[in-house]
Ligand binder design. Structure first.
Ligand code: SAM
Length: 351
C-alpha cells in the first residue's frame, strides 16, 4: 500500500509514471489508495481550474455514417436506425437557441457523413463566428485529412475531438474495419500541428481489456499531450456485433479520470454522457475525480433518440441543454461552479 501511495505521489509531483509503474498502479489500487488518488486529482484540478465545470452545447448533426465500428449503434450496417441529417439552418438554429440559453461553446458531432463537405462546414462555422463573437466551435466529425482540417481551422473552428478509442493497434483494427490505427494517430498529430485544441480519449471496457491495459492509452495521451481528453465506458448496443459484451464500469472510468488529471494537469476533461448513463451519480463522482466539462445535448428533440450510440443513452434531464438551470443547480449542489464562457484550455492560444 505504501508503494502505491508513493506512485500516486510521484504522479502528482512529476505528472509522469513509466508504463510499468502505471500498470502497477492500475493493478494494485484498493479502496484506500483509490480514494487517495481521487483526492490528489481533485487538488490538482482545483489548482488549475478551481471548482469550474464548463458547459458545452452538443449538436449531433447527423447519424449517417460510412464506417462500421463494431461497438457503435449508428454504424453503417445497422439498418434498424432511422437516419437523419440536420440542415445548415437547423444547426444554426440549435446554436442560436444555445446562445440564448447562455452556452458559448458549440460542439458539432456526427457520424462520417460525406454530405458535410468542407464548403458546407465552412459556411456554418463562418456564419457562427460572424454572428457570435464570444463563442468557440468544436468539431467532432472523424478523420478528414490535413487539407480539410486546415480549411476548417482557418474558417474559425477552435477545437477538434477525435478519440483514439484504444491504443491497442490489433484491437483497434479489429473493431474499425477499413480504418487504420496509424491514420488515427497521425490525424491527431496533424490537428495539433495546425493549431486546434485537440481532444483524444478512449473507451473503457472494450472486449478483452483489463484495467492494466489502459497503461498503453495513458502513455499515448502523455506523449500526445492533448488539450482535452474524453473517456467513457463502452456501453453495448443491441444491434452491434458487441451486443453481448459486458461493457465498462463507472468505477474504472472514475479511476482513469483521476489518473488523467494527474498526468495532464491542465487538461479539459469531460464527465461524459456515457458515464452519466450508467451511473446517475457518475458525473458528480467524475467532477470529484478531476473532470471539469459537461456537454449537454442541444440537438433537436426529435433527433436525439436516433443518435443512439449505445443502449439507454440519456438525452433528457441533466443531459439536456434546455435544463440549464437544473444542470447548474446539480453542479452547485455537488460543490462545483457551472461556467458558461468558452472555457479554453489555459495553455492554448490561436495561431
Ligand atoms: N465520427 C466521429 C468520430 O469517429 O470521432 C464522431 C462520432 S462517434 C459516434 C463519437 C464517439 O462515440 C466515439 O469516439 C466513441 O468513443 C463513442 N461511442 C460510440 N459507440 C459507443 C458505445 N457503444 N459506448 C460508448 N461510447 C460509444
Amino acid at each position: 500500500m505504501r508503494e502505491i501511495k508513493s506512485l500516486i505521489d510521484k504522479l502528482t509531483r512529476e505528472n509522469f509514471l513509466t508504463k510499468e509503474e502505471l500498470k502497477r498502479l492500475l493493478e494494485n489500487l484498493n479502496e484506500d489508495t483509490r480514494d487517495y488518488l481521487i483526492q490528489r486529482a481533485y487538488d490538482v484540478r482545483k489548482l488549475n481550474y478551481g471548482n469550474s465545470v464548463f458547459l458545452r452545447g452538443l449538436i449531433e448533426i447527423s447519424n449517417i455514417c460510412k464506417y462500421d465500428c463494431h461497438y457503435c449503434g449508428i454504424r453503417a450496417s445497422n439498418h434498424k436506425v432511422s437516419r437523419y441529417r440536420l440542415s445548415k439552418d437547423q444547426i444554426l438554429d440549435c446554436c442560436h437557441k444555445g446562445y440564448l440559453l447562455g452556452y458559448r461553446t458549440f460542439v458539432l458531432q456526427g457520424g462520417e457523413d460525406s454530405y458535410f463537405t468542407d464548403e458546407i462546414l465552412i459556411e456554418i462555422i463562418k456564419e457562427l463566428k460572424t454572428q457570435y463573437k464570444d463563442i468557440a466551435v468544436t468539431l467532432s466529425l472523424g478523420e478528414r485529412g490535413r487539407e480539410s482540417f486546415q480549411r476548417l481551422y482557418e474558417a474559425g473552428a477552435d477545437r477538434y475531438l477525435l478519440r483514439h478509442e484504444t491504443a491497442n493497434k490489433k484491437l483497434y483494427e479489429k473493431l474499425h474495419p477499413k480504418m487504420s490505427y496509424e491514420n488515427r494517430i497521425e490525424s491527431l498529430h496533424i490537428l495539433k500541428e495546425i493549431g486546434y485544441q485537440v481532444g483524444s480519449g478512449f473507451l473503457i471496457g472494450l472486449p478483452g481489456l483489463k484495467l492494466k491495459d489502459y497503461a498503453e492509452d495513458l502513455m499515448l495521451l502523455k506523449q500526445l499531450k492533448p488539450h482535452m481528453v474524453g473517456i467513457g465506458p463502452f456501453i453495448p448496443h443491441p444491434a452491434t456485433p458487441l451486443k453481448d459484451e459486458v461493457g465498462g464500469t463507472a468505477y474504472d472510468t472514475i479511476t482513469l479520470l483521476a489518473i488523467i488529471r494527474l498526468l495532464l494537469p491542465d487538461v479539459l476533461l469531460p464527465a461524459t454522457t456515457a458515464l452519466g448513463t450508467i451511473d446517475p451519480k457518475g458525473r458528480e463522482k467524475g467532477f470529484k475525480a478531476g473532470a471539469n466539462v459537461i456537454m449537454p445535448n442541444l440537438s433537436p428533440m426529435n433527433c436525439r433518440e436516433k443518435y443512439s450510440l449505445y443502449e439507454g443513452k440519456k438525452f433528457l434531464g441533466n443531459e439536456s441543454a434546455e435544463e440549464k438551470i437544473k444542470i447548474e443547480k446539480n453542479i452547485l449542489d455537488s460543490g462545483f461552479e457551472p461556467i458558461l464562457t468558452r472555457g479554453d484550455n489555459i495553455k492554448w492560444k490561436r495561431k
